[in-house]
Design a protein around this ligand. Structure first.
Ligand SMILES: Nc1ncnc2c1ncn2[C@@H]1O[C@H](COP(=O)(O)OP(=O)(O)O)[C@@H](O)[C@H]1O
Ligand SMILES: [Mg+2]
Length: 262
């Protein structure tokens, strides 16, 4: 099957990319999708959060991008049924510079993922907190970008910069690239700034903003240290409910093919 490839990206760190990759991935898997998560951040937080110990990361995203390995050769099954991960190791931090010397430097990940027949229906890419060559590789390889947006003061400015990069990639290397949507993260409805950012985001971006908001929820930050998604760690927590709802909304949007153009 031809998977849908979604980059989870925001050049700002600490906005909920990895948390979204892990928990949206798990929620999609629990709905029967076959999900591959690619950890594209040298920090490897998604790999750790899903229980892949450093000792077992024999092959990693580095090999996918700079080697000949196919995703299904490297992918490790997680404890969540239907969820696999290509783990990241620190050597991914040198991949950015190594790619510089390659003529087709932005195409590496796309070429590695462009397989006719994969066992996956969704591939989620957990991007690093930067707009470097790794992230560009993810955008060139993807069908869509999903942006976690933390409701704080400069959030929308960072978003404009991100959307400029998306447009640039669209005119150069991947004309089919679309924005899947923007999801508000660490949302606190008692905080006026959060409400203001939500209002601005909906006014500027309309339907591109998911109805689902991810609340600030301590269970979401605890789950990775137990090496599991919050959906397993505490299935009835507000965080788990929110990510299940995000998965349902994403699947519903994809069914009606409502992916917007920005
Ligand atoms: N909705 C949330 N509620 C509470 N803590 C969260 C939430 N989302 C993320 N966190 C915590 O915030 C920190 C940054 O999140 P993370 O997903 O790693 O961001 P990024 O990948 O964008 O750097 C982590 O410690 C994570 O556990
Ligand atoms: Mg991260």
């Amino acid at each position: 099957m031809k998977p849908k490839i979604i980059s989870i990206a925001n050049q700002k760190g600490g906005v909920g990319k990895t948390t979204t990759a892990i928990n949206l991935g798990a929620a999609l898997a629990m709905r029967g999708e076959r999900v591959l998560l690619i950890d594209l951040d040298p920090q490897g937080n998604a790999s750790t959060g899903l229980g892949v110990s450093k000792e077992t990361r024999h092959q990693s995203t580095y090999d996918l991008i700079l080697g000949e390995s196919a995703p299904s050769d490297i992918a490790q099954q997680t404890d969540v049924e239907n969820l696999w991960i290509v783990p990241a190791t620190m050597d991914l931090s040198s991949a950015d510079t190594e790619l510089m010397s390659s003529a087709r430097r932005v195409m590496h990940l796309r070429n590695a993922l462009r397989l006719r027949d994969t066992p996956y229906s969704y591939i989620l890419i957990d991007c690093p907190p930067s707009l470097n060559l790794l992230t560009i590789n993810a955008f060139v390889a993807s069908d869509t970008i999903l942006v976690p947006l933390q409701a704080e003061f400069f959030a929308l400015e960072g978003l404009s910069q991100l959307l400029l990069t998306v447009r640039e990639v669209r005119t150069t290397a991947n004309s089919d690239l679309r924005v899947e949507g923007v999801v508000l993260t660490m949302f606190d409805r008692r905080n006026n700034l959060c409400l203001q950012v939500e209002e601005d985001a909906r006014e500027n971006l309309g339907d591109l903003v998911f109805q689902t908001k991810i609340p600030r929820n301590v269970r979401l930050s605890e789950a990775p240290s137990y090496a599991m998604p919050v959906l397993n760690y505490d299935p009835t927590s507000r965080g788990a409910i929110a990510y299940r709802s995000l998965a349902a909304e994403l699947l519903q949007r994809n069914n009606v093919k409502q992916v917007s153009h920005v």
